[in-house]
Design a protein around this ligand. Structure first.
Ligand SMILES: [Mn+2]
Length: 443
């Protein structure tokens, strides 16, 4: 699948990011904040809560309600040239040659030459220095020569660029050192070939997902150092053993709350409120069949800490979800969409929660167009939008898919591309297993 990727954020190799899935929902945001708080409270100072994108409106509602700042935004975690640059001392073009000679004597293979505006004009190499010293010339006159006399032009790399996008070109180049500049073309440092080939990797703890297809961009280049989740398993292998928890409860926030309790840690009201929001959101205030007694127990404990009444707050929270309303079809489609790979087939399923399905028929055509457009663009076998009525606990589904899968759907067809899913509210526990079973049967 080809996607144009944004340039990566400059993640910090010394930190461990606790991060939820792309298009973060309330549970992803809450469990990232909550688990980061828990890990910090148990002595992991370098942990930081992060998010892989713009949180949904419901998550924003919860953040405001409990006065929490949104987790740190990471749009990508690929190693960039900024991650491998070392701030090596440089000389000015007007500096005399001995200034560069001193750097070479210190062991630098190349000496960057940087002008008064902070921009590199090139490098001075040991070879160029040796030639200059060897030139038939008065020694004193030679020593007074400025570095610009022997500077060599040298390509510079942008510190924001992903190494993977340049790797093959760099492998073919003849030099072992590279100048790194920032977005203004100003000198950042020098990167060695060895460091570029073995860059530091971002450390991630995945919460509320374990599939790399749902993780922050370029997570395959990161080091996954932990997983805390409540979804089906479909994770990449790791180089070494890691703490990995996938437990089928109603929300990841439940798992975080249980860890706090087991350690006798009482989260502050804001964190407790966020975790409670994660539970209420994922279980649709305990209506979803994914709900377990453990979720309810955790919610009782958290609601006391947060000072809110679960059910009442939960319904406010569900109403904060924007529904179909005045939103564009694309926005409705992509706000909460997950992509799954199974037996070589790629499926993508969005979900939108509404209070009443009455708006759906008039938006059907337009939403189907958005589905079709995405299915072609992303080369999907199946794309669906589950429209869930949180009041009645029922769903309808719009979908666009290859014919063999449409024919096999065990649902009542209401109109072209529209199906009645009946008392189904959980994408993960009710819809996805049916689609996976169809694929296994037919492919
Ligand atoms: Mn969740």
């Amino acid at each position: 699948m080809y996607q144009i990727k944004e340039r990566s954020d400059r993640w910090d190799p010394s930190k461990i990011y606790v991060i939820g899935h792309q298009r973060p929902d309330t549970d992803s945001v809450a469990s990232a904040l909550g688990y980061a708080w828990f890990l910090k409270s148990t002595g992991n100072e370098s942990v930081m809560a992060a998010r892989a994108g713009q949180p949904g409106e419901q998550a924003i509602f919860a953040l405001k309600r409990f006065e929490q700042t949104s987790p740190f935004l990471l749009t990508g975690v690929a190693p960039t040239f900024g991650h491998v640059a070392t701030m090596q001392p440089f000389v000015r073009p007007s500096d005399p040659l001995p200034a560069a000679m001193a750097r070479v004597a210190e062991g630098d293979r190349v000496v960057p030459v940087v002008d008064d505006n902070g921009r590199p004009v090139g490098i001075v190499t040991a070879l160029a220095l040796a030639r200059a010293y060897n030139a038939p010339m008065n020694f004193t006159a030679m020593l007074a020569q400025p570095c610009k006399q022997i500077v060599e032009n040298f390509p510079a790399l942008d510190h924001r660029d992903r190494i993977q996008d340049h790797r093959s070109g760099l492998l073919r180049s003849e030099t072992d050192d590279f100048l790194i500049v920032d977005e203004n073309g100003e000198y950042v440092g020098v990167a060695t070939r060895r460091r570029i080939l073995d860059p530091p990797r971002a450390k991630l703890i995945l919460v509320d997902h374990n599939e790399l297809s749902q993780a922050v961009h370029d997570a395959d280049e990161a080091e996954i150092v932990g997983v805390l989740d409540h979804h089906r398993l479909n994770n990449a292998s790791t180089a070494s053993p890691i703490p990995f928890v996938v437990d089928p409860v109603g929300s990841t926030s439940t798992l975080v709350a249980e860890r706090c309790r087991a350690h006798d840690l009482r989260p502050p009201a804001g964190i407790a409120g966020m975790l409670l929001s994660g539970i209420l959101s994922d279980t649709l205030v305990f209506l979803s069949p994914t709900t377990t007694d453990r979720d309810k127990k955790a919610a009782v404990w958290l609601s006391e800490l947060a000072g809110v009444q679960s059910e009442e707050y939960g319904h406010q929270l569900l109403r904060a979800q924007p529904g179909l309303g005045a939103r564009s079809a694309g926005d409705i489609m992509d706000t909460d969409r997950k992509t799954y790979e199974h037996n070589g087939q790629v499926l993508s399923i969005g979900q939108v929660e509404v209070t009443g399905l009455q708006e759906l028929p008039e938006r059907r055509k337009e939403l189907l167009e958005a589905l079709q457009e995405r299915r072609v663009r992303e080369a999907l076998t199946f794309i669906g939008l589950m429209v869930t009525d949180v009041v009645t606990g029922t769903s309808h589904m719009l979908c666009d898919a290859e014919q063999w899968i449409v024919t096999a759907l065990p649902f009542t067809r209401l109109a072209d591309g529209l199906f009645d899913l009946g008392e189904m509210v959980s994408r993960k526990k009710q819809l996805v297993p049916i689609l996976m079973a169809i694929i296994e049967e037919l492919r």
